[in-house]
Design a protein around this ligand. Structure first.
Ligand SMILES: [Mg+2]
Length: 200
């Protein structure tokens, strides 16, 4: 690398004794690259992994599960009537609620399980290496229970529920996209039940 491109020579008594600026430039560039990498893989609001990293990790997990005859569960989570929160409390409170939801979801799973934000009020969880579907159903029950107590956001008591759809590898699909679509469809089925119930 030609140092003259990156920095300014330091001249003392007509002699070049060093280069100013080069180290700063490089560390700044690395910092920028780290930020770009982080933004590509993590959700800016909740700091959870995003859809991209989720799908990459899911494909890797499927590869391992295929070799070892293991089961994977994909949980698709969508908050019910989240728009009402934004409408009545404002987007700032809505955003803080999404952060708090991310924390409750993370606390409802084991440390190795992957919780990601798909975008909006949608989250997704991968449970790797599970022995039976009951393990996923227990986690879903735990998530619903955790939503049973209100969220306190800036002194506001907010009650919200979530609809959750689940799909399993290998019985519901052989690749990540198929599992995602299946869990999304089942989430909508769940939601239609919730909404019917609330209207009645
Ligand atoms: Mg929603």
């Amino acid at each position: 690398m030609d140092v003259s491109i990156l920095g300014y020579p330091i001249i003392l008594d007509g002699q070049k004794i060093g280069v100013y600026g080069i180290y700063t430039d490089i560390s700044e560039r690395i910092k920028q690259e780290e930020i770009v990498k982080y933004q590509a893989y993590y959700d800016q609001l909740t700091n959870l992994p995003n859809r991209r990293i989720f799908m990459e990790r899911l494909e890797v997990a499927i590869g391992i599960a295929k070799e070892q005859n293991k089961m994977i569960a994909v949980l698709f989570i969508d908050l019910d009537k989240f728009k009402n929160i934004n409408d009545s409390f404002g987007h700032n409170i809505g955003d803080k609620l999404l952060i708090a939801v991310g924390c409750r979801l993370t606390n409802s799973v084991k440390s190795g399980d992957l919780v990601a934000r798909m975008g909006g009020d949608e989250f997704i969880i991968m449970l790797e290496n599970i022995e039976s579907k009951d393990i996923a159903f227990n986690i879903i029950r735990r998530i619903h229970e955790s939503f049973g107590s209100p969220f306190i956001i800036d002194g506001n008591e907010i009650n919200i529920s979530a609809s959750i759809g689940t799909s399993f590898y290998p019985c519901d699909g052989e690749d990540g996209e198929a599992l995602l679509i299946k869990s999304d469809n089942r989430m909508y089925l769940e939601k239609s039940k919730v909404e019917k119930f609330q209207h009645n």
